[in-house]
Design a protein around this ligand. Structure first.
Ligand code: KIV
Length: 273
């Protein structure tokens, strides 16, 4: 058993994240979708684990985040939560479960919290979803916002290029960040926007701003675990730092196993009964 499991550190809560912003201590967040990966992240000391709807791409092989269902998100979140002692676990509300109707949004959020034991939910959008955000917050469920490139709206944008490069979109994003803060969101993810704009938002609001492709002046960073470990390699945006080439290492291990089986080297005498 790891020391982290024997001597559990204080749990990361939304209040701890707020204090980290005040102390200018950066927040480290990564995605996870299953027990084994979540356990590694938690033992390593990650602050926030996002059960992202990027599971739709990474785990299920879809080309967008749109197809993943609420039941599938709950399955991923339950597996992750089982592994985690310390990190705050945030779960994406999937596309189609909150945009249309705030009562349905609340039901979706309640299902995630009740069935998975997660600590918070994340929702994409600003003004257009504020009624749903308000209803969920008033039920005592912590909400993380998500502005800038919002992958659930990919069919509206048409591309994954950097967002809010023009003044009108940048001003709208600032307005939306303030609106989400005023509503009571505990944090906001800013995805793929100019660094100067992200810095302005982080200075203008008191809640922690977590960036992905939003520069270094925000309060924390998030990456998709499979991208930063180099398991998935078909996605290489400029903002992604790869810490490993796990795809290559895993391919080598699988090939070595195949060779050992074919050559009858595996199993040897010590590996049998
Ligand atoms: O689903 C996800 O992984 C996300 C991150 C990219 C922030 O929303």
């Amino acid at each position: 058993m790891s020391t982290a499991k024997m001597f559990p550190a204080p749990k990361i809560t939304t209040h701890v994240l707020q204090e980290m912003k005040l102390k200018k201590e950066k927040i480290a967040m990564l995605t996870a979708y299953d027990y084994s990966m979540a356990r590694i992240l938690d033992d390593a000391g990650i602050d926030v684990i996002l059960v992202g709807d990027s599971a739709s791409n990474v785990m299920a092989g879809n080309t967008t985040t749109l197809p993943i269902t609420l039941d599938q998100m709950i399955y991923h979140a339950t597996s992750v939560k089982r592994a985690v002692d310390r990190a705050l676990v945030v779960v994406d509300l999937p596309f189609g479960t909150y945009q249309g109707n705030s009562k349905e949004a609340l039901q979706s959020a309640i299902r995630i919290m009740k069935e998975s034991g997660a600590n918070a939910i994340k929702m994409e959008g600003g003004e257009e979803i504020i009624e749903s955000v308000n209803r969920i917050l008033s039920a005592g469920i912590p909400v993380m916002g998500h502005l800038g490139l919002t992958p659930q709206s990919i069919h509206k944008f048409g591309t994954y290029v950097v967002r809010a490069t023009k003044d009108d979109e940048a001003n709208k994003l600032i307005e939306n960040a303030k609106l989400l803060e005023k509503a009571g969101c505990f944090s906001i993810v800013l995805e793929k926007i100019p660094a100067a704009l992200a810095e302005k938002v982080a200075n203008d609001v008191k809640i922690p701003i977590i960036g992905i492709g939003a520069g270094s002046a925000v309060d924390g960073q998030v990456l998709v675990l499979h991208d930063m470990l180099g398991i998935t390699q078909d996605f290489s945006p400029r903002f992604l730092r790869r810490y490993h080439n796990l795809k290559e290492e895993m391919t080598g291990s699988v090939q070595a196993y195949i060779d050992d089986v074919k050559s009858k080297d595996f199993p040897n005498e010590r590996e049998q009964y």
